[in-house]
Design a protein around this ligand. Structure first.
Ligand SMILES: [Zn+2]
Length: 376
């Protein structure tokens, strides 16, 4: 039921400040010094070597005393409580998240537990996690646990594109997969409640459309630029689409089937190594089929997806031998009462989802056959 309590207010929410550019970390103190004097920096060991040390040096030289909080790898309740304890003991006055989606989600939950602000510094453009006031928490095993909602969005989001360009292009592609779902889902949520608890505004619809437009225009070029290690206007545009536009768009626009199906896929062992946006991408194909989208239009999306090597079949997801039992499980999880699939105004049940999963794979395989036959 899209809007069970008949809420009439429209709600739009976002971070207070967004900064993006190739020397953002070097200039971090200029922006972060306004937030406090003793932050807790949450970063994993790999990113610490890549950018964490440089960030600490840049901040310490401006009299900002950094407590180093090591992120263990999973955005779980256990990880959040350990970092919350460290933050309390060290009397930190704000949180800095430096890393990928799971680091960011953990840091947002830690900041909420401590009732302090968080600055989010993504080191890759692989998800729409940075800007929103919610986290996706997982069990230590990697299975989806729940959405956690916070009172505040991050106070600041800062993307250093000279760091993001160093991540493998597959991460950018995963971000494109996540961002491509944004408009496909939000346009079906215009009469539903968004993550702010209100109806979507016109500005969120415009952001979702712009996000999709940028991906179709520049996604492929940005992917190739990333492979070459070259920061280009196309790369900057897609980083912004993946991070800012997709983030604002999904939070204030709403999610539907693509993300619910992603959440279902987290229960299948074979696809655990895949990134969030890669699983969401398959969910987007399912959503397009649920929307009864004509073939020509579905092909337009599939063409973009394959141009950046996103998975469109079970085999490409790493599960060529997926069983009926596994697909029934995905459908069951996608249809949990708290899932976003209920934002759709069509009849949804586990059988409908099970069928669309099989159909999406068939459409993907057919697309591969047709396009492979055409290529020399
Ligand atoms: Zn997402």
């Amino acid at each position: 039921m899209p809007n069970p309590n008949k809420v009439q207010e429209k709600v739009f929410q976002s971070p207070s400040k967004y900064i993006q550019g190739p020397s953002a970390i070097k200039n971090a103190a200029r922006y972060l010094s306004k937030m406090g004097k003793s932050p807790l920096l949450i970063v994993d060991n790999f990113v610490y070597g890549l950018a964490g040390k440089a960030l600490i040096d840049a901040l310490e030289s401006h009299d900002i005393h950094v407590t180093h909080g090591k992120f263990g790898g999973e955005a779980s309740a256990e990880e959040v409580s350990g970092l919350t304890r460290l933050g309390k003991e060290s009397k930190v006055d704000f949180i800095i998240a430096l890393g990928g989606g799971k680091t960011i989600d953990t840091a947002k939950a830690t900041a909420d537990a401590l009732s302090i602000d968080v600055a989010v510094l993504p080191t890759m453009a692989s998800t729409d996690a940075p800007c929103s006031a919610l986290s996706v928490l997982y069990r230590p095993s990697g299975e989806f646990d729940r959405y956690a909602f916070f009172n505040k969005n991050p106070a600041l989001v800062m993307v250093d594109t000279s760091i993001v360009i160093k991540a493998p292009a597959r991460y950018l592609a995963a971000g494109i997969g996540d961002a491509l779902a944004t408009n496909v889902e939000a346009r079906r949520c215009m009469n539903s409640l968004n993550f702010g608890g209100g109806q979507p505004t016109n500005v969120s619809a415009a952001i979702c459309q712009k996000c999709e437009e940028i991906l179709f225009k520049y996604g492929k070029m940005a992917y190739e630029s990333n492979k070459a290690g070259a920061i280009t206007p196309a790369f900057e545009a897609v980083v912004e689409a993946n991070t800012l536009l997709s983030g604002l768009g999904f939070e204030s626009g709403g999610l539907a089937a693509a993300h619910a199906i992603h959440d279902g896929f987290t229960a299948i062992h074979e696809v655990h190594s895949l990134m969030h946006g890669e699983k969401v991408n398959f969910g987007t194909i399912c959503q397009l089929l649920l929307d009864n989208t004509p073939l020509e239009e579905v092909d337009r999306y599939l063409t973009l997806m394959r141009s950046v090597d996103l998975p469109i079949t079970f085999a490409q997801l790493g599960a060529p031998n997926v069983t009926e039992e596994q697909l029934r499980k995905v459908a069951e999880l996608a249809c949990r009462p708290e899932e976003t699939i209920w934002n759709l105004d069509i009849v949804i049940n586990e059988d409908v989802v099970y069928n669309v999963l099989k159909a999406a794979d068939a459409v993907g395989r057919d697309f591969m056959r047709r396009t492979e036959a055409k290529s020399p």
